[in-house]
Design a protein around this ligand. Structure first.
Ligand SMILES: [Zn+2]
Length: 131
């Protein structure tokens, strides 16, 4: 265990941070804790953590990946719900709503493709697997 790891609260003892929080440098040492990504692998992330989110500490690159993943999940959910509403409009024979939802679904599917691409690039930049 390095000196830096001893300074910061072990992962198991941390409070959950439901929203992303910037990690301040340690008041006595002025440094930042290590990123948690890859912590259980033989290639842990070498960058310092800057954001506390959930139970984990993330470096900028890994937090960007987390954010991109959440955007991807939201886009996936939006497509799912648009398909469900479109199906309902088709079953009920509401042509005007069906037209509107068909257009919206096309836009949402394009957005989903873009969020996937963004998440893949964020993952490539981060290098080490997420926590
Ligand atoms: Zn990292």
């Amino acid at each position: 265990m390095t000196e830096q790891q001893r300074i910061w609260v072990p992962r198991e003892e941390r409070r959950i941070s439901p929203t992303p929080t910037t990690i301040p440098p340690h008041p006595d040492h002025g440094d930042l804790p290590p990123c948690d990504s890859g912590i259980r692998s033989d290639k842990p992330c070498p960058r310092p953590a800057t954001t506390h989110y959930g139970y984990a500490y993330y470096c900028d690159e890994h937090y960007a990946w987390v954010e991109a993943g959440e955007e991807e999940d939201a886009a996936e959910s939006a497509v799912y719900h648009a398909k469900r509403f479109l199906w309902k409009a088709q079953v009920e024979g509401i042509d005007r709503l069906e037209h509107y939802l068909g257009t919206a679904l096309s836009e949402l599917e394009e957005e989903r493709v873009e969020t996937r691409r963004k998440a893949e690039k964020a993952g490539e930049r981060a290098g080490v697997p997420r926590v």
